[in-house]
Design a protein around this ligand. Structure first.
Ligand SMILES: [Fe+2]
Length: 307
């Protein structure tokens, strides 16, 4: 078992950012620990986004939850490859323990076992029409070499490349078409954080709610090719690119990875519907703000790898 759970960010103005995520974006308040604020969705994860107060904006980590078997496999492969890593105990809601791994372009991924879940929040949509994400569907990174990143996570993490387009290498860690992707950006940073909504209607209500608060999509609404998800991207007032999305399609283990020529659009189109415009410059500027930073010193994984 391997699932994307959460992303941990650092940025100036964490309290205001958390307020936006609750009051406008629709997350539920999952409490705070000092100046680290936790935001959850309606699903069973204790939180989806952690925002820690810091003078600089950066991505602290992206967290997956997995089985002990998968953790042992990852630890073994990470040690064999010589990647920076160390054992870790999570002090975030849900707890758990595992390893934190730095990929070759600096992306910090945390893999936890024993992290607990919480009771889902039911009935919010029908009862109140409240906009609330369920969970994260994917976190996408910009890469200097997206192909190499795709190969690395296949080799070391047991992930699989689902599709390649002119812009992206889409990667899955379970039956969902992608839980992450590497964009062919020429530099390493956070590309965007995608929140899974209950359905297409919930994505559209999210767009309406953002409109009520004065925010227009930077890209969307539209329907992507790879993953087949309906999307709307926004530049959050505190920096990162965030997305309302339907669930990405589920694929079978023998899914044939598509190549860029399999994913082309008619002239002037950038999605299946042909409805979406994209603020390329605005999105790129936002993406460049969130780089990766290692906050820990690497240590041997001998104990875990031998487990
Ligand atoms: Fe996305």
């Amino acid at each position: 078992m391997m699932k994307l759970r959460s992303i941990e960010l650092a940025l100036p103005g964490a309290a205001a950012a958390a307020r936006f995520m609750v009051d406008v974006w629709g997350c539920a308040d999952a409490g705070h620990n000092g100046e680290t604020y936790y935001l959850r969705g309606s699903g069973a994860y204790p939180y989806l986004v952690a925002i820690s107060e810091n003078a600089d904006s950066f991505v602290r980590s992206t967290t997956f939850v997995c089985s002990p078997e998968r953790l042992a496999d990852v630890a073994r492969a990470v040690a064999a490859k010589g990647l920076n890593a160390r054992p870790v105990v999570s002090h975030d809601p849900g707890g758990g323990a595992g390893i934190v791994v730095e990929l070759t372009e600096g992306e910090v991924l945390r893999f936890l076992v024993g992290s607990t879940e919480v009771a889902p929040i039911a009935g919010h949509a029908k009862a109140t029409r409240r906009v609330m994400p369920v969970k994260l569907t994917h976190v996408v990174f910009n890469s200097a070499d997206a192909e190499a990143s795709g190969h690395l996570v296949e080799d070391v993490l047991g992930f699989r490349v689902s599709d390649r387009t002119k812009g992206m290498v889409f990667v899955r860690c379970n039956e969902a078409h992608h839980s992450t992707a590497f964009a062919r950006a020429g530099f390493a940073s956070l590309n965007h954080i995608a929140f899974e909504m209950d359905d297409l209607d919930a994505v559209m209500r999210g767009i309406g709610n953002m409109r009520d608060h004065g925010f227009a999509p930077a890209w969307g609404p539209g329907r992507h090719g790879p993953g087949d998800n309906v999307y709307a991207y926004y530049i959050a007032p505190f920096g990162p690119v965030i997305e309302y999305s339907t669930a990405v399609e589920k694929v079978s283990a023998d899914y044939q990875a598509g190549e860029p020529d399999d994913w082309t659009w008619p002239d002037k189109r950038i999605d299946q519907w042909g409805t979406s415009d994209k603020d390329f410059a605005g999105l790129r500027a936002a993406e460049e703000k969130f780089r990766f930073r290692r906050e820990w010193e690497p240590a041997p994984l001998t104990d875990l790898a031998g487990a």
